[in-house]
Design a protein around this ligand. Structure first.
Ligand code: CLF
Ligand code: SF4
Length: 503
């Protein structure tokens, strides 16, 4: 196991291999960038591999209602904000209902490869329900990877059980390693039958989180750390958190923006604590990237999310519907479907690679962002007006690198364009030079161009990265010839409203 951890450590950091030409760092790391044992664990996990998230889905089952700590960004009426977008109260399930739901979803969505338990409270504050669910699923659907997300307070007590159930992906939300900072985030914890507050509470929490992380990585369990970026409270401090978790063997660090609005009724929402802007978030993620793998494709999903990250199919699988469903768990059919997905994935990587080679030798310091409307499979296959989110890629002479996503309000409202939504879409992608779409109407096209964002529809239904690189080469040529002038873009807003109200 030491050997495995050593290999993981060797592969952290930016630009260490870069065989794909795109930054090899972060969860964007591909088959050639990781040791085989690690690649096997992450290749079909949509959260642990950015590349996989275009092709594979996850689901959560909401079996864990209770929590043992209080975070200032959480209101218990809502899902756990560590792994969930606040705003929708989950339908809570028993382990038996959860197991049935997993089979129903796996039969309907063959690319669903991971089952996570992420709330709505803390899974390890509800250990019986959590582990019973894992037990049932490992018996009936053994090809599904098991995943867990926790605040870490009771983690050291459960590490052996986690290993016994073959849960090989665990997320711990770590927002601080300094109790002074922690006291501003956590008003209390409940531990060993006693309530602790302030510095003392945060000290116990950080000690337990780091101890749990060490215990997991010693056993070769892949650990992801989620941190909520809270400007003015822990934004600078997260660099220190990044170092602390890296030195303890964490595989991936996911720095997420605080979601906070008064209507949530959270402490931060009510006292006006703001979340970061898109540029602030990216700058922090970039500054940590030299230290370890960074996740940038997290969708802060609900505790009952179903589908590809960024899509939400949970409404298709309510308890009523599941109980009425005729479930046929066809493992061979799932394997055959996933083999097709792999072919698509290989074709996508090959196309990108080929295009990238044509950039070799290009000299330019220009780095810019573009937004992409996609429904998945790594294709530009969504209409501008139907996009609920845009994926954001950074283009440079090193290639195209996924750096984030922006959730937006739908522009197209049943046949007509909503001008207010268009304004918010533009604000959400205001830092981008272009937006790649399968189709875009005349009105939004003109408004986008007026805002300095080039609407690009000539690569409809083609691969994202290949198309983006082709467009970028053309952009560099135009700058070189003097046809256009390269101008830096401004900042963009992370849409709190869209995070709250999206269905
Ligand atoms: Fe779920 Fe979390 Fe497992 Fe993924 S989510 S328990 S690691 S299967 Fe993923 Fe959702 Fe972000 Fe979580 S996008 S909130 S990181
Ligand atoms: Fe809320 Fe999750 Fe924090 Fe518990 S750990 S208080 S459920 S955000």
């Amino acid at each position: 196991m030491d050997d495995l951890m050593q290999k993981m450590a060797e592969h952290k950091g930016c630009g260490t291999s870069g065989s794909s030409g795109k930054a090899s760092c972060g969860s964007g790391a591909g088959q050639n960038d990781l040791p085989t044992e690690i690649w096997e664990k992450v290749k079909n996990h949509p959260c642990y591999s950015e590349e996989a998230h275009h092709h594979y889905a996850r689901m959560h089952v909401a079996v864990a209602p209770a929590c043992n700590i209080q975070c200032n960004y959480c209101n218990r009426k809502y899902d756990c904000a560590n792994e969930s977008r606040p705003g929708v109260v989950s339908e809570k399930l028993t382990p038996e209902q959860a197991a049935k739901k997993v089979l129903a979803v796996a039969s309907t969505i063959p690319q669903m490869t991971v089952l996570g338990i992420a709330g709505p409270g803390d899974p390890l504050a509800n250990p019986e329900k959590t582990f019973k669910t894992f037990e049932l699923i490992s018996k009936t659907a053994p090809d599904i990877k098991l995943c867990l997300s926790t605040n870490g307070l009771t983690l050291p007590d459960h590490v052996d059980t986690i290993a016994r159930y073959n849960v090989d992906h665990v997320t711990i939300t770590i927002n601080m390693v300094d109790p002074e900072v922690g006291a501003k985030i956590y008003p209390w914890i409940f531990w060993k039958h006693k309530r602790y507050t302030g510095y003392e509470a945060a000290k116990i929490l950080t000690d337990r989180q780091l101890q749990g992380l060490e215990m997991l990585t010693e056993r070769g369990i892949l650990c992801k750390i989620n941190s909520v970026m809270i400007p003015g409270i822990n934004d600078q401090h997260l660099v220190e958190v990044n170092k602390a978790v890296k030195s303890r063997g964490a595989f991936l660090h996911n720095i997420m923006p605080l979601i906070s609005a008064p209507e949530h009724g959270t402490v931060f929402g009510l006292n006006g604590q703001r979340g970061p802007s898109a540029q602030e978030l990216k700058a922090l993620q970039d500054s940590c990237e030299g230290e370890m793998n960074m996740m940038r494709h997290c969708r802060q999903c609900r505790a009952d999310a179903v589908g590809l990250l960024g899509e939400d199919r949970s409404a298709e699988f309510t308890t009523d519907k599941i109980m009425a469903m005729d479930v046929n768990y066809d493992m061979e059919g799932r394997k055959a479907y996933q083999a097709m997905v792999e072919e698509e994935r290989v074709a996508k990587v090959a196309a990108k690679q080929e295009e990238l080679e044509t950039l070799a030798g290009a000299q330019s310091d220009i780095k810019l962002l573009v937004a992409v409307a996609t429904k998945g499979s790594g294709l530009i296959n969504e209409h501008f007006g139907h996009a609920k989110e845009f994926q954001v890629y950074e283009l440079s002479t090193a290639g195209a690198k996924f750096v984030g996503h922006r959730r937006v309000d739908l522009y197209c409202q049943g046949g007509f364009g909503d001008e207010d939504s268009l304004e918010t879409v533009i604000r959400a992608i205001n830092d981008c030079h272009a937006v790649f779409v399968a189709k875009v109407g005349g009105c939004p096209k003109a408004d986008l161009a007026k805002a300095g964002i080039d609407p690009v529809d000539q690569y409809a239904h083609e691969f994202i990265e290949k198309s983006a690189i082709t467009w970028f080469k053309d952009y560099l040529d135009k700058v070189k010839s003097g046809e256009i002038e390269h101008v830096a873009r401004g900042d963009a807003a992370i849409r709190q409203g869209a995070l709250i109200s999206a269905a």
